[in-house]
Design a protein around this ligand. Structure first.
Ligand SMILES: [Zn+2]
Length: 317
């Protein structure tokens, strides 16, 4: 049961003024830390698998563990494929067990972004999966994740966002209002007026990418203006790396296990902080009452369809 429909989860967050963390995971340390933190805080949580990270681990290999962790959690969990770049990658993510996909065509022109996202949304919705789109562009700052997002950011325009959501059918929208992927250079200036206009016009859960390292006041205002999902990876990556560096001081020839000692604990504590900061801590029970449990996608294969009309084939399903 605790693998739930992300639309229900985010709608609850949106209407109750808190945000669910979409925590980027790259290995089992991250997975265990995220789920343990959620259990400890009684918080809903989104397990984010970011397509640009797939060159560093085997997406197909890790997904059985991710799905197992989600199904065995006692808090609501959604599995989200982040920054997917094609229809094929969205199909693959759903086949592997994701129940939410992002189509990121944010660097394409407005009409192409709409066409590509609509194509993914039609497929994903037919499978019962949630869909996130992005309009505007969240560029990169500093740190290991930043280089994946070259160039300057482009702010989301409220009027375009309304047309985009209507024409693509996305369930939630990633907006660009001043954050960057990776570490921000200096203090982040957020365009709250723009966010408010977008929220007033759309009335659907909004997503913050580049959510690491903002102030408590900034998070609070973001959530009051429609941000219901906050993506977080860079802060976790930096904390894990700091733990490893301190384990190697002094470098006494430690092996792998000793070098990695404490990584999971430090990740878990940071994630717990986020869950309290963003208000998702303590909301698990309410969501479990209201959320549709996720039903696995069934694949039906029909043989010998030669000479049979499309309507007759559909009637067999
Ligand atoms: Zn992102």
């Amino acid at each position: 049961m605790p693998l739930v429909d992300m639309r229900d989860m985010l709608n609850h967050a949106y209407h109750n003024n808190y945000a669910v963390g979409g925590f980027g995971l790259i290995n089992l340390d991250f997975l265990e830390a995220i789920v343990t933190a959620a259990e400890h805080c009684r918080s809903p949580v989104i397990l984010n698998l970011v397509e640009s990270h797939f060159e560093h681990f085997d997406f197909g290999l890790i997904m059985p563990a991710v799905e197992h962790a989600a199904r065995n959690a006692t808090v609501p969990v959604a599995i989200h494929s982040d920054h997917g770049t094609s229809h094929a990658s969205a199909v693959r993510a759903i086949n592997l067990g994701c129940n939410s996909v992002m189509m990121d065509a944010s660097l394409e022109s407005f009409p192409v972004n709409i066409t590509q996202t609509r194509h993914v949304a039609d497929m994903a919705h037919a499978c019962g999966a949630a869909v996130e789109g992005e309009l505007g562009y969240v560029g990169g700052g500093e740190g290991e994740n930043a280089a994946k997002y070259p160039g300057e950011g482009v702010y989301t325009a409220a009027e375009e966002a309304k047309a985009y959501v209507e024409r693509t059918g996305v369930d939630c929208l990633a907006v660009s209002i001043g954050t960057v992927h990776g570490r921000q250079r200096g203090r982040t200036k957020l365009d709250f007026g723009r966010l408010k206009r977008i929220n007033d016009m759309l009335g659907i859960p909004l997503v913050l990418h580049g959510g690491s390292g903002l102030t408590e006041e900034q998070y609070h205002k973001l959530i009051l203006n429609g941000i219901a999902k906050i993506n977080c990876y860079t802060e976790l990556s930096d904390i894990a790396a700091r733990t490893i560096r301190s384990n190697l001081q002094p470098d006494t020839g430690k092996g792998y296990i000793e070098t990695m000692l404490g990584v999971r604990d430090s990740l878990r504590e940071q994630i717990k902080l986020c869950m309290h900061l963003w208000g998702s801590a303590g909301r698990a029970a309410e969501i479990l009452v209201q959320c549709r449990p996720w039903q696995p996608v069934e694949h039906v294969i029909i043989y010998n369809t030669e000479g049979v009309s499309t309507q007759q084939v559909e009637a067999m399903c």
